[in-house]
Ligand binder design. Sequence first.
Ligand code: ADP
Ligand SMILES: Cc1cn([C@H]2C[C@H](O)[C@@H](COP(=O)(O)O)O2)c(=O)[nH]c1=O
Length: 216
Amino acid sequence: MPELVFFSGTMDCGKSTLALQIEHNRSARGLAGVIFTRNDRAGEGKLSSRLGLVTEAVEVEDGKDLYAHLVEHLSQGGRADYVIADEAQFLAPEQIDQLARVVDDLGLDVFAFGITTDFRSKLFPGSQRLVELADRIEVLQVEALCWCGARATHNARTIDGEMVVEGAQVVVGDVNQSAGEVGYEVLCRRHHRRRMTAATARAAALSPDVLPVSPS
Ligand SMILES: Nc1ncnc2c1ncn2[C@@H]1O[C@H](COP(=O)(O)OP(=O)(O)O)[C@@H](O)[C@H]1O
Ligand SMILES: Cc1cn([C@H]2C[C@H](O)[C@@H](COP(=O)(O)O)O2)c(=O)[nH]c1=O
């Protein structure tokens, strides 16, 4: 039975790498995939991994009908044995419904990859719809780690290493950004709640202990 599978995890846990591996293994066996993405850091129409691999993809614009794209592709003699959608958190809920229709009406497997929650730990609308519709949700096996060593489950947005909690939901960016740039850091829930990033934890550890005031 074809399935809609949602591979979810924090930033930097290997989602795009897995997407590229699924694409590689299937195309190596003569299968043809249609790859969608939106706002990949490598640029428009790219699916890229931090391991350095990149492949061409169809950039999903606002209002694009993904089901209609597949029907058009097939009716023009194109092949499609499966579908990959990376950065799926950026898709609109209607586009996730269209992916579910691709599974049900065209009989294709759809593999969607994305982060579930944003920097305020709120669901992205596209990810919410995936949680509602997916046949299966897979949490990636390679754990990203918080600076404390615990499994990272949350994404923090940072400026100069400090966590920020205000701003637009979508700001394309990366982990390990240099000073002055908006960046991201993955944290465990405890440290996300306390807004404690690696930089603020380091600063706290370096600050001199406050000495008790001796009675005069
Ligand atoms: N220099 C490196 N050596 C080995 N593995 C790396 C290196 N850089 C990144 N990685 C791996 O790549 C993962 C990020 O892969 P990527 O597919 O780009 O993540 P995602 O799409 O989930 O944000 C990291 O969690 C790490 O496992
Ligand atoms: C938490 C969060 C992330 N983003 C952006 C930052 C990146 O461009 C992508 C995630 O890509 P990855 O391949 O999973 O690392 O999402 C955002 O726009 N808003 C957020 O709150």
